[in-house]
Design a protein around this ligand. Structure first.
Ligand SMILES: [Fe+2]
Length: 386
């Protein structure tokens, strides 16, 4: 059986990679760009630094700093209006997964009709959009190298997952120096998200010969660097390791698909606004235990790659070591349980269970899991993770 592998045409990595912004846009022939970011990046002065560099490089900028966490279809529409009104010819995204996903969605709507919801699912986008250069500031969602965007559909209260090669950024500038100021909690959340990408890409039913090495490299880097990056924010080696892990994990999961953790995580985000990385982290140990019987030898490889057990032990023991290793990691990074998350009441959680299970299944991700769950099993897993 053949498989397809897509990544951005250009990926620039290493310290200072983001200084390539103006030259890369010039190479693409851009003259006037929509600069997509959020209020935090605007306030921090980082957006201004890049905008200055662009103007010095002879490129006009229209700033759109209206992306909210868990970006919505309304954010995308507002960004599109700014693009059209500003007569832009390319897009830049600066920020975490929210800004990058919003920018990808704006980019495809410059050449494809609204509404965005018609592109939900797999391979639904007919035409390539505006050229897009992305600069991630977290490590990370991996969004800088994926053909995936997740946007909340405000009418249905659903996080829409769109996967299509036309959502790929044209250029990704992966500069770990931009992550040195990430606070510890964010480092932990997006770091475990990265680990989840590596693990889910590796155990996915759609894993391929090209995604396996990327997934394992991602997992190894997270095991080596996440706790150090969390404890020592200014540790360059740890930050660089996590940035590379995020990018490798992104390349892996976008081409082999995420699975049950992500499938169950999105509805928690949509209903209770728990950040994406955090809701993944809350689910990862519980869902991994459920999924073990479907891919024991693969989970054993994950445990050995993370050095959670001796290389020579049996698969069943290695897989068990993985579960306790993931639980220990959550504890040491101070990941709360769902019941401890801000704004999640037990009664409303119980009430939402059946909608969340249905939305998880409808996303398609659980079908890639080593063990494909029923709606009832998903509800029980949510309750276990509570
Ligand atoms: Fe993720």
């Amino acid at each position: 059986m053949s498989t397809t592998f897509n990544v951005p045409a250009t990926i620039v990595t290493g310290a200072g990679a983001s200084r390539e912004l103006a030259p890369q846009l010039a190479r693409l022939g851009a003259r006037r760009v929509l600069f997509v970011t959020d209020a935090f990046m605007e306030k921090s002065g980082l957006a201004a630094r890049f905008i200055r560099e662009l103007k010095q490089g002879g490129i006009d900028v229209v700033l759109f700093a209206g992306v909210q966490p868990d970006p919505t279809d309304e954010n995308v529409r507002a960004g599109l209006r700014a693009y059209v009104a500003g007569k832009c010819d390319a897009i830049v995204a600066l920020g975490g997964g929210s800004s990058i996903d919003a920018a990808k969605s704006i980019a495809i709507l410059t050449t494809n009709a609204e509404p965005l919801s018609q592109y939900q699912g797999y391979h639904q986008v007919p035409r390539a959009g505006a050229p897009l250069v992305v600069i991630p500031t977290t490590a990370g969602t991996g969004s800088e190298v994926t053909k995936v965007a997740v946007i909340t559909d405000t009418a249905r209260d659903v996080k829409m997952m769109m996967l299509d090669r036309h959502l790929l950024p044209t250029v990704a500038l992966v500069d770990y120096e931009l992550t040195l100021s990430m606070p510890p909690a964010l480092t932990a959340h997006v770091g475990v998200d990265t680990l989840t990408h590596g693990i889910e890409a590796y155990v996915s039913r759609k894993a391929t010969a090209l995604t396996d090495p990327l997934a394992l490299a991602c997992i190894r880097l997270v095991a080596e660097h996440l706790e150090t990056a969390w404890r020592e924010p200014q540790n360059h080696a740890a930050r660089e390791g996590m940035m590379l892990a995020a990018t490798l994990g992104g390349m892996a999961f976008a081409n082999s698909s995420v699975a049950l953790v992500h499938g169950m995580s999105r509805p928690i985000g949509a209903v209770f606004h728990v950040p994406h990385g955090l809701s993944n982290a809350m689910l990862l140990p519980v869902v991994t235990r459920f999924s073990l019987p479907g891919a024991e030898s693969r989970y054993a490889v994950v445990a050995r790659t993370m050095k959670l057990c001796d290389a020579g032990i049996a698969d069943a023991d290695a897989a068990r070591a993985l579960i306790s290793g993931l639980e220990r990691l959550n504890t040491s990074l101070q990941i709360p349980r769902i019941r401890e998350a801000h704004g999640v009441e037990q009664a409303s959680f119980e009430k939402a269970l059946s909608k969340m299970a249905d939305d998880a299944l409808a996303s398609g991700s659980p079908a890639n899991n080593p063990v494909v769950p029923t709606a009832g099993e998903i509800i029980r897993l949510y309750q276990e993770a509570w």
